[in-house]
Design a protein around this ligand. Sequence first.
Ligand code: SAM
Length: 217
Amino acid sequence: MDRYKKQRARMVETQIKARSITDPLVLKAMETIPRHLFVDEGLIDQAHSDNPLPIGEKQTISQPYIVALMTQALELKGKERILEIGTGSGYQTAILAHLADRVFSIERIAALATRARKILDQLNYYNVAIRVGDGSYGWKEEAPFDAIITTAAAPKIPRYLIEQLVVGGRLVVPVGSRDVQTLYKLTRLAEDLSQIKKEDLGGCRFVSLIGESGWKE
Ligand code: SAM
């Protein structure tokens, strides 16, 4: 067993199963995807620690538990088309690509998108399309999506994203102030956009969504 495999197994046992994440597909994906490849070389020893880490450009790779919690909430079975807002390091993207059919990911910072693309190609995740831009508009040409995940915090629920969900689709998004937010799971129940089920998944702290449905820089 290689060193990082052991570290991943320990991360899943102590940080993720221990906090009641039970979806076996999510647990397996997190044991499999080499998280250490998505962090800066200087931080590789901390790649599996129980916190977010800087990835440059004032952005972060999310805490492993938060990745697991958000992914479990998307209820993936393998055939989904997913939209991700905030590619960042590409780690969450790889987890999604492992668990679903197609992933469309949008990142506003070109340097991060380029780096993520390179690592995802190295790992043969060719079912991922990455685009540089403001993801708060969604990706209209590829809509609708079975699931949408936003890994940057919004001041309010981004309406464009709800519109791009299939009926029955799930949106997981942190909403709140720039400092602290609540993680919500929203399920679109009908064509009528007023019929949305809203579940509170707990408190969280994300970097800000910058753009049309977010904050000014
Ligand atoms: N899931 C990522 C990971 O584990 O590496 C975490 C990404 S980080 C917390 C949030 C990302 O959202 C940043 O890379 C940031 O540049 C990006 N972002 C912020 N606003 C955005 C927007 N309007 N459209 C696309 N990306 C955005």
